[in-house]
Each structure stands twice: as C-alpha cells, then as structure tokens.
Design a binder for this molecule. Structure first.
Ligand code: SF4
Length: 448
C-alpha cells in the first residue's frame, strides 16, 4: 500500500518559472508559456517581488475548452500576437502542467506554425522546452531551457577564442562579476543566460517592451565554435547545455561547482587560467589574501556555530563548502530538488574538513526542515526569504541568499561568487552572529 504524504510549503518553485527566468536572460527574447493566464500571472508576480523589475511573460491563455480540444490554435495565435506587439528576436516557449497533461505536441504545433509563417522576413527564432511542473523544480526548468536554446540554435564551424560560460541561476550581481572577471582575464566570453541588465536595469522614463541586455542570439549561434565551455553545478543532470555543446560541436567541457568560497573559486580561476593561458590577475590573489585575513580576524565570533542551509541544490553545495572553510558547522543541508546527486556533492565539498557529513535532505519541504531544525539546536539559517517565518518563530537569525528574497531590497544585488562574494558573505554572516549576541545580551555591548 502506498502512503501519500502531502507537501506543505514546498522548498522549490514551478518548472516553467525557471525556464522563463532563463529565457529572460537572452537579448530581445520573450518568455512564452503554453498554458493558462494564471500560470503567467503567478510567475510574474513571484519574479517581480524579488527583482523589483517588470517582466512580461506571454501565454497562450488556455481556458476550459482547450483542456478538452487542445491548445494548438491558441498557441499559434499567441505567437502571432507576441511577434506583432514585441518584435522579438527570440520567443522561448515553455509548457505548463495543463498542456503536458492534455498532451499537446508543442514541437509538432511549432513545426506546423513555422511551415506557415516561418519564412517571413524578420521572423524570430522560436525555442521550445518541455517543462511539466509536476515532475521537477524551477532549477530543472532553468537548465532545460538553456539546453534547449543551445541545442536548437548553436551551430558548429571553425574554432575561435571565445569561452562559453553556463553559470546557472546566479544573481544579477554575480553575472556582472563574472563578466568583469573574464574581462580581467582578457578573455572573450559568451555567458548564457545573462539577466544582469534585463532583470536589474536602470531607471527609465519609458520602459521598453523588451528590456535591454541579455546574451545575444548571434553569440549563442556561435557557441559551437568556442574554445571551451565552463558549466557550474555539481548536481546537474547528465544531460545539460555543456554536454550538448561537447557532443554536438566538440567543445571541451569543464564542469565545476558554483564558485562560492575559497576552494571552489580556486578551482574556477585555475581552470580559466589554464584554458586562456593567462595568469590569475593580482586583483583576485589580493582579494583572496584579504578574505583569509578577515577569516583569521573574525573566526572567534563564528567558529563552531551550527547552521541549516537550504535552497537550490547547487547553491547549498557551494555555501556548505564555504561555511566549512570559515569554521561554521553545517548541520542540515536541505533542498526541494531531487537530482539524486545532492548528497554526494555535499560529501565531496565537506570531505577533509573538520565537521564531517551533515544531514542531507533532498526533495524537502519547509515543514520537514522546520521539524528537524527544531531538534538540532541551530544558531543560524542560511537560505532564501521563505525561511523567515521559521526564523522568527524560533528566534534564529536568517542570512538571506539566493532566490527568492521577497522581504528585503536588493536580492538581485547580493554577490555570492568569487573571493569578493565570499568576503561579503563572510562579513554578513559574522555580523549577523554578533548582532544576535548583542540582542540577546542583558546589557548590550558596543566594543568587541
Ligand atoms: S499550474 Fe503548473 S505550470 Fe502553472 S503555475 Fe502551477 S505549477 Fe506552474
């Protein structure tokens, strides 16, 4: 007999939401959901609360009768409307629960559509991705969309000196940092996606229908000619955009952990140095030295503190790696993802470090995390803002990282990556611990 256990407050988001975020990082693109208007409204609302930026997500606006007769006509009509209104360079079509359940064959519908209209001048590229939300998380949707873009657009040809970077879902500040870093290495970069401008833009009198910025479609077309690909993520599926570029166009792949903390950043920079033949610029070795100095100065405040880390699998892996470096003990690592690789990835970043293996929960919801965290005597929570109610109830400080951050300004401007990101995280974490001690003290103190 099967016992059905319901999910309470899931620690993951909807799969096409991830695909929409990925498509938003391509220049001139419009994310398009093949599904009901409600899905698009929910996702827009959710994304806007984090980024404080407008985001349009088009939809084929399916209603009850389409659930019976299929949504082909609406999909075609919706595409025509989007092309007329937005003049996009690319439309990224993601399926939803409804269209996956009724079994719409989107590839075939798009084929028919392109036969009819695809020959028109200035017709945009259309990329489609299957994202049934009941079988995955927003991160799977995000990576699936990137893979679909690469597989459906990139071409091979004579090699050039460009390096492809597939950073995964990192913050806008992280993306800007990565672009600067490649500049400092004097290396041509194609980063896919890039929402550093499209989801963190400048104030304007008139908002353009499609925000400026994003990875250029012509750059994506030539990704098959690049020198190498660096892809972040220790829990990625065996199939990914990086693997497709390798298989389709013979572009050498370097899969690394997200560069959070010292060791993961060391690996990233030495890999890039090897690929480009350029020494690591002094700016980065100096930042590394400053970080170690700060760790020496601050470790007495945080050494041995017990932390729960939750959120997207690869982010949790990177943060866990970093926390062990600064003497914080990861007690529970939890994620709504279920790649099957989470535990192994955590084990590889804590190996050789003082605290040993933490408890690891995949496919977790907040109910589980709270139940367990209550028993574990925790000093600190590290994750997105959905942990706030638990933090408040139990008077445990929460350090906000990742996505979504719905109760603070500037989630998109948190820098997590590289030595510089680690420095910011270190200061934030240490000051959070100090603040808690001050608040709990009867007399307070003002000098350390
Ligand atoms: S119905 Fe499915 S696709 Fe739509 S918002 Fe809900 S989980 Fe996402």
């Amino acid at each position: 007999m099967h016992h059905y256990v319901s999910t309470t407050n899931a620690c993951k988001l909807c799969k096409p939401l991830g695909a929409s975020l990925a498509f938003r990082g391509i220049e001139g693109s419009v994310p398009f959901l093949h599904g009901s208007q409600g899905c698009a409204t929910y996702m827009r609302r959710y994304i806007i609360s984090h980024f404080n930026e407008p985001i349009d997500i088009a939809s084929s606006s399916l209603g009850e009768k389409h659930a019976v007769y299929g949504g082909a006509a609406n999909l075609k009509l919706g595409l025509r409307n989007v092309i007329e209104k937005y003049h996009p360079t690319l439309i990224g079509v993601a399926t939803t629960c409804l269209t996956e359940t009724i079994g719409d064959d989107v590839k075939m519908i798009l084929h028919e559509y392109l036969e009819e209209f695809g020959g028109e001048l200035s017709h945009p590229q259309i990329v489609s991705v299957s994202t049934p939300s009941y079988s995955g998380t927003h991160m799977e949707g995000y990576h699936a969309a990137i893979r679909a873009v690469v597989e459906q657009i990139s071409k091979g040809g004579e090699k050039n000196e460009t390096v492809n970077l597939l950073p995964g879902f990192v913050s806008a500040a992280d993306m800007r940092y990565l672009k600067d870093l490649f500049c400092d290495f004097d290396c041509e970069l194609t980063m896919l996606p890039d929402h550093s401008d499209t989801l963190d833009g400048q104030a304007m009198n008139d908002y353009p229908l499609i925000p400026e910025g994003g990875t250029r479609v012509d750059a994506i077309e030539t990704m098959g000619r690049s020198l190498a690909t660096i892809e972040f993520g220790r829990t990625l599926e065996d199939e990914s955009a990086g693997v497709s570029l390798q298989n389709m166009h013979n572009v050498g792949l370097h899969r690394l952990g997200i560069p959070i903390g010292i060791r993961e950043t060391d690996i990233f920079l030495s890999t890039l140095s090897k690929i480009t033949g350029t020494d690591i610029p002094t700016k980065y070795s100096q930042a590394r030295g400053r970080l170690i100095d700060a760790m020496v100065d601050g470790h007495k405040y945080i050494y041995g503190k017990r932390a729960v880390i939750y959120g997207e699998e690869d982010l949790v892996v990177g943060l866990t790696s970093f926390l062990t470096e600064i003497g914080i003990q990861p007690i529970l690592c939890a994620s709504g993802g279920k790649s099957g690789k989470f535990s192994k990835a955590i084990s590889s970043v804590v190996s050789g470090m003082p605290w040993g293996m933490p408890e690891v929960h995949e496919n977790a919801d907040f109910y589980d995390i709270e139940e367990r965290a209550r028993e574990l005597e925790i000093d600190l929570l590290i994750g997105h803002s959905k942990g706030y109610s638990f933090a408040r109830k139990n008077n445990i400080p929460l350090v906000r990282v990742g996505f979504p951050i719905h109760d603070r300004m500037g989630g998109q401007r948190i820098l997590h990556l590289g030595y510089h990101g680690a420095q910011m995280l270190f200061d934030t974490i240490t000051n959070t611990v100090i603040e808690k001690k001050q608040n709990d003290s009867d007399v307070g103190y003002s000098y350390m």
